[in-house]
Design a protein around this ligand. Structure first.
Ligand SMILES: [Zn+2]
Length: 466
């Protein structure tokens, strides 16, 4: 048995902040005791980590990543190996990635191929959601089996006709099944049929630059789809989790649904909180770096997202990490914004950007941990193994220096992508020591982890249903 003692830090969870020493045996937290108390002073350990002046926080849980995702004739540039290593650098110790069912294929085949990509590659723990591209009698039955096996959430798309898109009838069937088997339906809520018309019209009129990606994917078409998803879920009696909410009007739809007492949840992402259509409009095709869907919105929308996070109308911040290099990948869309692969890198930056939000006064420290660790763990059936620091929890712990200064840059980040969406941004705070299931994987700017340490996590169903 190995014992690790984290001494003298401020332990922050979603529930409280306490000056405590944390005792870890092998892979688990076994006890906390007040710093300086007789109990804590009596503890001995093989490894003692001095956390004086630092925060001791649960490892981040990023519930929305796309390692190696095939998209638009190319693949997201982070593998499970490089992407989870970058996540660890940034203080994230669990990801939930999206296995993809292709049209005509079984859920099982899709899940198996994502296991094959991730197996023995990950630096940190990981689980899978399942993308349902083809809702039919067979795949509906497979949903039941997957829920039993610990794949308890299913993503559907109202966008991307001809690829991931499901019509309202298919969405309703999947939601009905989720209402029966406990699976949580996650929704990409944008009216893709209408958007495709606007894309075609924009291109025909010669509006081909990246900024038009943002203009055709109208706020109202996100809000309309969000509204429709809410009502379909209400009819089916199923819970609903809306991914990557970016428009103020979509937040309003989620707020309304929650005020009605529905099991509707909303996620947003750092790019919507920190970036805007100003980035999409950057000259010389640089705007392509910021093409993702839902798109970045005008800066005014950020206030509604921060407010939603404070009032719990939005519950989770995930990254939707889906990196494509500027050279050779984003460039596929020169002269036609609709051919720019959709997605941004961010898995390494989320914990730090949200800490900056604490510094800036948008959210409290405990809310930082709640939206980045505890709630995603609860939402996707990983709590209290993940998302908190408590006896019995996995020892996924970050010793975080709230006073460290850093400048974000592609030159120093660890994601396998040739640009940063936050290049040059000054941030206060940085993960100093990152522990994954009792093993130190990052310490003082050295990577100590290994591919294959990360373990696949089966998940319970959503722990938030009212
Ligand atoms: Zn996504």
């Amino acid at each position: 048995m190995s014992r690790t003692l984290i001494r003298g830090g401020l332990v922050i969870t979603a529930a409280e902040e306490v000056h405590a020493d944390v005792l870890v045996e092998d892979e688990r937290v076994v006890a906390l005791a007040a710093t300086g108390s007789t109990v804590a002073e009596g503890w001995t350990a093989d490894t003692v980590i001095d956390a004086a002046g630092k925060y001791v926080i649960p490892g981040g849980v990023d519930a929305h990543t796309h390692m190696e995702l095939p998209f638009g004739g190319t693949f997201a540039s982070d593998t499970f190996e490089t992407g989870t290593r970058a996540a660890a650098w940034g203080g994230t110790t669990t990801i939930v990635d999206f296995a993809v069912q292709s049209v005509g294929e079984s859920l099982r085949a899709g899940l198996d191929s994502w296991h094959a990509k991730a197996d023995a590659q990950c630096a940190i723990d990981y689980g899978f959601h399942m993308i349902l591209s083809d809702v039919n009698e067979d795949t509906l039955k497979e949903m039941d089996i997957l829920v039993e096996e610990g794949v308890t959430s299913f993503k559907l798309f109202m966008a991307y006709p001809g690829v991931f898109y499901s019509d309202d009838g298919r969405i309703l069937r999947a939601m009905q099944r989720g209402a029966d088997n406990g699976g949580l339906i996650m929704m990409h809520a944008e009216n893709g049929i209408a958007i495709d018309v606007l894309v075609e019209q924009a291109l025909a009129a010669g509006r081909t630059d990246p900024r038009y990606h943002g203009e055709v994917r109208r706020e109202l078409l996100e809000a309309e789809a969000t509204h429709r998803a809410v009502r379909l879920a209400q009819v089916a009696g199923s819970p609903l989790y809306v991914v990557h909410v970016s428009a103020r009007q979509a937040v309003e739809q989620i707020t309304l649904a929650r005020d009605e007492g529905l099991n509707v949840f909303g996620e947003t992402c750092p790019q919507y909180l920190f970036l805007s259509t100003d980035n999409l409009a950057e000259p010389d095709f640089e705007g392509a770096k910021y093409v993702c869907s839902t798109p970045l919105r005008p800066r005014e929308h950020q206030a509604a997202l921060w407010r939603g996070l404070r009032t719990n109308d939005l519950q989770v911040v995930s990254t939707d990490h889906c990196p494509f290099c500027f050279v050779g990948q984003k460039e596929l869309g020169r002269g036609d914004f609709s051919k720019i692969p959709n997605g941004l890198p961010g898995v390494e930056n989320r914990m730090d950007l949200l800490h900056q939000a604490v510094v800036d006064g948008h959210i409290s420290r405990r809310r930082w941990i709640e939206i980045a660790c505890a709630t995603p763990a609860r939402m996707f059936g990983l709590y209290p193994r993940k998302g908190t620091i408590a006896p019995g929890a996995d020892a996924d712990i970050v010793v975080y220096d709230p006073d460290a200064e850093q400048v974000v840059s592609a030159a120093t980040h660890h994601m396998n992508v040739d640009y940063s969406a936050y290049e040059g941004k000054h941030l206060r705070g940085k993960a100093r020591t990152v522990i994954s299931r009792g093993t130190v994987v990052v310490d003082q700017d050295r990577y100590l982890g290994r591919a294959g340490h990360g373990r696949y996590q089966t998940r319970e169903t959503c722990q938030y249903l009212v």
